[in-house]
Design a protein around this ligand. Structure first.
Ligand SMILES: NC(=O)c1ccc[n+]([C@@H]2O[C@H](COP(=O)([O-])OP(=O)(O)OC[C@H]3O[C@@H](n4cnc5c(N)ncnc54)[C@H](OP(=O)(O)O)[C@@H]3O)[C@@H](O)[C@H]2O)c1
Length: 253
């Protein structure tokens, strides 16, 4: 194969939850690699990232998509296709966390986490698949978690949802690989974002976590850049249904 395997020039990517944290870094990585980007976000007023992407010379549109509004979620991929002409890469990244001992965990928290972290991932994957499968190409990258493999403590809904994301990734990959659509997932380790503020501020648990990470540090959102470009690019064309850990070695321990 000639040329840069990781070049995304001429590709159109959509990513959810890029207003901050991991999603922001991944959106920038896709744009830096050459892709035009649609930002699926609940607040259209947040335009700083759009400006950064446009400053790189890429097109960028904001698609209103509150993961609590399933009608908006169902309309997101058609909106991307309408505004940017096609969809080559979908990154499902938006996610939430709710912590509480399981004996007290509320039904409302369960429903919120399962909706944002799993149901909307399914809807966006299905919508993207309906666009990509007939075209014979596409890259779908879901955001799984260490809790796709481990149960964690006091985060039962999150563990259930991220376990579901891993299995959904494999299920869709099995159906769509032969149509040229790659469905894979990134497994971030412990990454320093707002989602983990409580853990990072806990002097005991934050040290315990670092002690268990072979790399000896928390990850940062930019650590996800290489993995997302890899899974979005021709470099990963024969990789299907894979869960790519970017975790400083946590899962190997
Ligand atoms: N940080 C980690 O250690 C870690 C580890 C494993 C997996 N992950 C996963 O990585 C992904 C990103 O996590 P992060 O740490 O970057 O989290 P974060 O900093 O808390 O950012 C979460 C993102 O999701 C968006 N979001 C949340 N609820 C939404 C909704 N109802 N509608 C639309 N967007 C919504 C947020 O948008 P707003 O700005 O509008 O709130 C924000 O852009 C998540 O799926 C998370 O589960 C994170």
């Amino acid at each position: 194969m000639e040329g840069n395997l990781f070049d995304l020039s001429g590709q159109t990517a959509a990513i959810s939850g890029a207003t901050r944290g991991i999603g922001r870094s991944m959106a920038l990585a896709l744009a830096e690699a050459g892709a035009d980007v649609a930002l699926l976000q609940r607040s259209p007023a947040q335009t700083a990232l759009k400006a950064e992407i446009e400053a790189l010379g890429r097109k960028c549109v904001i698609i209103p998509c509150d993961m609590d509004d399933l009608e908006q979620v169902k309309d997101a991929v058609p909106q991307v296709v309408q505004q940017l002409g096609k969809l080559d890469i979908l990154v499902n990244n938006a996610g939430i966390q709710r912590r509480s001992p399981s004996l007290d965990f509320s039904e409302a928290d369960w429903d919120d986490v399962l909706r944002v972290n799993l149901k909307t991932v399914w809807i966006l994957c299905q919508q993207a698949g309906r666009h990509m499968v007939p075209r014979g190409s596409g890259k779908i990258i879901n955001t799984a978690s260490l809790l796709s493999f481990q149960g964690g403590f006091t985060v039962p809904a999150y563990a259930a949802a991220k376990g579901g994301v891993a299995q959904l990734t494999k299920a869709l990959s099995n159906e769509w690989a032969k149509h040229g659509v790659n469905v894979n997932a990134i497994v971030p380790g412990y990454i320093a974002t707002e989602m983990n503020e409580a853990l990072m501020n806990d002097p005991v648990r934050s040290v315990q976590i670092i002690d268990r990470i072979p790399a000896g540090r928390w990850g940062n959102p930019d650590d996800m850049k290489g993995a997302v470009v890899f899974l979005a690019s021709a470099a990963s064309n024969y990789i299907h249904g894979h869960l790519l850990a970017v975790d400083g070695g946590w899962l190997s321990r």
